[in-house]
Write a protein that binds this ligand. Structure first.
Ligand code: CTP
Ligand code: MG
Length: 234
């Protein structure tokens, strides 16, 4: 089965506040984008990568990916993540019309271990229509009312936080996006709305989304402290 990966990387990184688009922010000398794309390629299971770049910086993003070779196409992204994925999906359908599986992987999850990526792809190859990597919820979760008073303690044994890459049968993601409204927070959510089953594989703490300077500091510390086995991390 041919597999394409879409990498939404068009966000500005307002909460990180680095002064450049978040995907281009370097961590120990390499940008989040290069790390995210290399991780996908290191899975050895992906035929093509399409990156949605900040609309004002497609050339900068192309230059950034140059050292990886002719592996990724770059399209200008949209004004929200949904639009960026939509644009990248259209390009992927042009470039690899016979793809059977598609991954959507945030550039901001640049440290996702390769085995997580491989597990997601294997699940789609095994027949799942939609797959997400998940983690159990560590904190106690409370429900509050509009006055911020606690109304319930939620049973967290059935709760999971969701990471990327999310994997899909191509026609499933296409149908979900055809029926989608303007903005959705995650791609699997669109598939759920379309009534399809979404399955899970184990995620990994290293697949955290870099959102704030604190997250970036954690990533730098982990990378510096744990020389990661070549096969394991991007
Ligand atoms: N993204 C995108 N197109 C957008 C907005 C976001 O491709 N118009 C991408 C980001 O580049 C990121 C992923 O979606 O890889 C998750 O978004 P987020 O972490 O919110 O990144 P930003 O939108 O860049 O950050 P912020 O919300 O702090 O501005
Ligand atoms: Mg955002």
């Amino acid at each position: 089965m041919r597999v394409v990966a879409l990498v939404p990387a068009a966000g500005s990184g307002r909460r990180l506040g680095a002064g450049v688009p978040k995907a281009l922010v370097p961590v120990l000398g390499e940008s989040l984008l290069v790390r995210a794309v290399r991780g996908l390629l290191n899975s050895g299971m992906i035929h093509h990568v399409v990156v949605a770049a900040p609309p004002e910086a497609p050339e900068e993003v192309r230059a950034e990916l140059n050292p990886l070779g002719p592996v990724a196409r770059v399209v200008p992204g949209g004004s929200d993540r949904t639009e960026s994925v939509r644009l990248a999906l259209a390009e992927a359908e042009r470039v690899v019309p016979d793809a059977g599986a598609v991954l959507v992987h945030d550039a901001a999850r640049a440290f996702t271990p390769v085995p997580v990526i491989q597990d997601v792809i294997r699940a789609v190859e095994g027949g799942a229509r939609a797959v997400v990597p998940v983690l159990p919820v560590a904190d106690t979760v409370k429900q509050v009312d509009s006055s911020q008073r606690v109304t319930a303690t939620v049973d967290r044994s059935h709760l999971r936080t969701v990471q990327t890459p999310q994997g899909f049968a191509v026609d499933t993601l296409r149908a979900a996006y055809d029926n989608a409204g303007d903005a959705a927070t995650d791609d699997a959510g669109l598939v759920e709305q379309a009534g399809e089953t979404v399955t899970t594989v184990p995620g990994h703490a290293h697949a955290l989304k870099i959102t704030t300077a604190f997250d970036l500091a954690i990533a730098e510390t982990v990378l510096a402290a744990e020389p990661v086995p070549e096969d394991d991390l991007p």
